[in-house]
Structures are given as structure tokens and as C-alpha cells.
Design a protein around this ligand. Structure first.
Ligand SMILES: Cc1ncc(CN)c(N)n1
Length: 220
């Protein structure tokens, strides 16, 4: 069994099953998701992407070989560029500006997720860092593909779905899965990889749930 399949079976599959039946996700395709929840999501995701691209450069910096350095550095630049363009377009369609993103600030789930990713990528081993960022790629690819099958009556949601369900994004994810399956690590490191992978999968669920409930800081 490949390492990525092991990660998925233990920490990914149970969370993914909850993600695809979450009302935020089902609402994207059955037309029941209100634009305010999607607005919250895109604003928070704009904050998330700022940290995510930095986390990927940390993964690149500690990669085991030059191909992997190049791949994660490219993803930090290119993959993020594609997502940034999507956000710029969606923010405009939702009547929002970058100033609105800055004014909203980073919410509780976003802050927790970004902090966790940054900490693991900065202080963990290379394998731990790969395991921590993997759900960001993998879950979005699988959700994108699943929702592409269901389609959406809303053109904004279709635009989002088509980005993550695309062959281009699939190729990016496959390259990270290939790197994951070649990781060389000790038994204790392997266990920590499982913990990080499971944790960031749960943060992916929490990110959508926060948008659905429009989670805010309880005080301040
Ligand atoms: C929260 C989150 N996770 C993953 C992705 C896909 N890179 C994203 N845009 N946002």
C-alpha cells in the first residue's frame, strides 16, 4: 500500500465523507448556499492563501531533492497565482475589494489552520511538512471533481468548481502524491505525518463549516 493511501484511509476518508455531505458543499451544487456564506469563504480563503503560499516555500526550502524544491516553489508561485486570479474575479463578482478582505481580518478557523500549517512547515521535518500541506491539494481536487459531476445552477459556484475540478489542478495534485509516496522517514516521523494529515483534513472541514455558520471571534 502506498503511503498516500495509508494517510487517506486513516485520516482522510472519514473526514472527506463528512465534507461532501456538509451543507456548504451540497449547497454549492443544489443552489441553496447563500452568497453571504460564499463571500465569507472567499474572504477567508484570501487570507488563507497568503499563508499557504509562504508555507509552500518552507516545504520547498527543506525538500529532499532539487525536483521537489522546484515543484513546491513552482506551486507556491503558479498554483497560488491561479487561485489568486480566481479570488480576484470572484471577489469582484461578489462586490468585494482587497480592502474588504483586509478589513474583515482572519477569522478563528482560518487563523488556527494557517498557524498550524506554518508551525509544522517551519519546525517539522520535510515529510511532516508534506503530510500537513497534502490535504490542501487533495481534498480540493476531490471535492472539485465530485462537484463537477453534480454541476451548479450558480455561475459563481461553477467557476470555483471548474478551477478545482480541472485537469490542470489534477496534474498538480498527482505530482504531490508522487512525492508523498517516495518520502523516506522513520517510524516515529511516519506517525507524526499521520497526525498532521488528519489534523489538516479536519481543518479543511472546519474551514467550510466556519463559512457556513459565519464563525466570528466570540469577543473583541
Ligand atoms: C482552505 C483551503 N484549503 C485548500 C485550498 C486549495 N489550495 C484552498 N484554496 N483553501
Amino acid at each position: 500500500m502506498t503511503f498516500s493511501s495509508e494517510l487517506w484511509d486513516r485520516g482522510g476518508a472519514p473526514v472527506y465523507a463528512e465534507i461532501v455531505r456538509h451543507p456548504f458543499i451540497t449547497g454549492l451544487t443544489d443552489g441553496t448556499l447563500d452568497h453571504d456564506a460564499f463571500r465569507y469563504f472567499i474572504v477567508q480563503d484570501s487570507h488563507y492563501l497568503r499563508s499557504y503560499s509562504r508555507a509552500l516555500t518552507l516545504v520547498a526550502g527543506r525538500a529532499a531533492d532539487e525536483d521537489a524544491v522546484r515543484m513546491f516553489a513552482l506551486h507556491a508561485a503558479n498554483a497560488i497565482e491561479v487561485e489568486r486570479e480566481l479570488h480576484a474575479s470572484l471577489l469582484g463578482s461578489l462586490g468585494l475589494t482587497v480592502a474588504d478582505v483586509d478589513a474583515a481580518g482572519s477569522g478563528p478557523a482560518t487563523t488556527a489552520y494557517m498557524s498550524y500549517l506554518t508551525a509544522v512547515c517551519a519546525t517539522g521535518t520535510y515529510a511532516e511538512a508534506v503530510a500537513a500541506v497534502l490535504p490542501c491539494y487533495w481534498i480540493y481536487r476531490d471535492v472539485g471533481r465530485e462537484l463537477l459531476k453534480r454541476s451548479s445552477p450558480d455561475p459563481l459556484y461553477r467557476q470555483w468548481i471548474e478551477t478545482y475540478g480541472s485537469d490542470e489542478f489534477d496534474a498538480v495534485v498527482e505530482s504531490v502524491l508522487a512525492v508523498t509516496d517516495q518520502l523516506d522517514m522513520s517510524a516515529s516521523e511516519r506517525e507524526r505525518c499521520h497526525q498532521h494529515f488528519g489534523t489538516t483534513c479536519r481543518y479543511e472541514w472546519m474551514f467550510w463549516d466556519a463559512a457556513y455558520t459565519k464563525l466570528d471571534w466570540p469577543v473583541g
